[in-house]
Design a protein. Structure first.
Ligand code: GLN
Length: 498
């Protein structure tokens, strides 16, 4: 190989799609890591140490709020003991992961990146975390987020702003920006995020990693700080589609602690041995997502990925879902309504930041909220309380629910003709830090292509398919409710061709 060719391989700005997000993350496939642990080629302790070292070395990206060192090393020792004694280990044994800091975890604090919960120690763990742990995965750190998961850039964190792994002057996307950056930077083989209106997919797109938002209810929300309960979903951020499939398989399924959970596909989600055929798959390109001020570089990358899947045998054509442009308005009524209700519990008495400066109980509520909540949380509480108030309920909340039903129907119609729908994950690549902070509406516009999947409860994934101006571009694929397995299969086909 020529010198300049070698150099090209290490330049993050390479124009080939397949390198986006994979340069800094040199972890092998998760299944390979586990096989190595079982075979004694590596130990869980070594893996945890590697993860912690990468976190420390790259702390300038501000991806991580806290590390869970003692507990992680202790769990690693337990797994290494099992291997030593010839016992069978779990499907994720020894694999380090990072959880967004709105997952309740033991061994440290859970803050939701809000001053309201700054010193909160969870008394129990989220079901998703428990299931991953039962399979041997090890939580090594808690990732930064927009406080309460309100945001699209991680700039709303009450603590610090996470930087994009490709360009430190840019945002990583949000609200799971710390989780996406952590995976892109190779701090762990996978991370967990939450997706209420795009918070797994948008940062995945901006950081060049895979981000999966499963069908609503497929992963238990128990033990995850609630944002908007009718749309909140938990999803993995990974380097590859196969890794996301494996993590989903471990953490999904019914949970008696969350009444909205559904059973998983009896075939599971892990793609090992899958015989999926791209040929004949019917794919609809969502026309409305190509119309809305789409950046030309992003458009080019998406068109390129679409052409390649056509060559692989898929039947591709454009499809229109005329109500989709309304999804953002619907979301920004329903979401704050549910946020205002979910955040009401943080009154400084039962939950959250307590202050003894107050002269009476009433004032203690006021001060706790005044000091504990940042401006975005306050904005959403006010909007939510307004749209739910008796004089405005019909005009806003009820109307939003009506349009929500219309959007669900349009998706159902589209899926009667197409197996999958595709489009960009976001209209642009990662934007500059500070670019949108003064204008909440322009920030909300970043979610224009992601919120509809949450409103309809359908699964969607963002995968890196190329770069534009040295920044990663994500392709979004959507599938009918409960077709998570098929979604992962087609995503892997796109991954292979891009
Ligand atoms: N960016 C969207 C919002 O601000 C979505 C957030 C999320 O998915 N948690 O509401």
């Amino acid at each position: 190989m020529q010198n300049h060719q070698i150099l090209l391989l290490f330049l993050p700005g390479r124009t080939s799609g397949s390198l986006a997000g994979r340069i800094m993350n040199n972890w092998p496939a998760i299944s390979e890591i586990v096989a190595n642990v079982q075979a004694g080629k590596t130990t869980a302790t070594e893996l945890v140490k590697k993860s912690l070292k990468k976190i420390t070395k790259q702390s300038d990206f501000n991806a991580i709020i806290s590390v869970v060192k003692t507990r992680a090393l202790q769990r690693a020792t337990e797994i290494d003991e099992q291997v030593k004694h010839g016992q069978a280990i779990g499907r994720l044994a020894g694999v380090p992961f990072v959880a967004k800091d709105n997952f309740l975890t033991l061994g440290g604090n859970t803050t939701a990146a809000s001053n309201m919960l700054k010193n909160f120690e969870a008394p129990y763990q989220a079901t998703a975390i428990n299931r991953l742990e039962a399979a041997g995965a090890i939580c090594v750190a808690k990732a930064n987020l927009d406080a309460w998961a309100h945001g699209s850039s991680t700039e709303n964190s009450d603590f610090f702003v996470t930087k994009n792994p490709y360009d430190k002057t840019r945002v990583p996307g949000g609200s799971s920006g710390g989780s996406a950056a952590a995976v892109a930077l190779g701090m762990a083989p996978f991370a967990l995020g939450t997706d209420t209106g795009g918070s797994v997919r948008l940062p995945a797109s901006f950081c060049g990693v895979v981000g999966l938002k499963p069908t609503y209810g497929l992963v238990s929300r128990s033990g995850v700080v609630a944002m908007a309960s009718s749309v909140d979903v938990i999803g993995p951020l990974t380097k590859t589609v196969a890794d996301a499939a494996l993590v989903l398989e471990v953490m999904s399924g019914k949970d008696e602690l969350d009444g909205t959970t559904i059973g998983r596909n009896p075939e599971g989600y892990s793609l090992r041995g899958s015989r999926f055929e791209v040929r004949g798959s019917r794919i609809g390109v969502i026309r409305e997502y190509l119309d809305v001020g789409l950046d030309s570089g992003v458009r080019q990358v998406i068109d390129g990925a679409t052409d390649k899947i056509k060559v692989a045998g898929a039947e591709v054509s454009e499809v229109s879902l005329p109500s989709l442009p309304l999804a953002l308005a619907v979301y920004y009524v329903i979401c704050p309504a549910e946020v205002s209700s979910n955040l009401a519990r943080y009154d400084g008495q039962r939950y959250g930041h307590f202050t003894n400066e107050a002269k009476d109980l009433e004032e203690s509520y006021e001060l706790a909220r005044e000091q504990g909540f940042g401006s975005e949380a306050k904005r959403r509480i006010m909007i939510g309380a307004h749209v739910l108030s008796s004089g405005y309920y019909d005009a806003y909340y009820k109307k939003a629910q009506t349009v929500r039903t219309k959007i669900i129907q349009e998706f159902e119609q589209a899926f009667s003709k197409y197996d999958f729908l595709i489009g960009p994950t976001a209209p642009t690549t990662a934007f500059k830090i500070g670019e949108k902070t003064k204008d909440p509406l322009s920030m909300y516009l970043s979610d224009i292509m992601t919120v509809a999947a949450n409103i309809a409860g359908i699964p969607a994934i963002s995968i890196p398919v190329g770069v534009s101006g040295n920044l990663p571009v994500g392709l979004q694929i959507l599938a009918p409710q409960k077709a998570d397995r098929q979604l992962l299969e087609i995503a892997r086909a796109f991954e292979a061709t891009s």
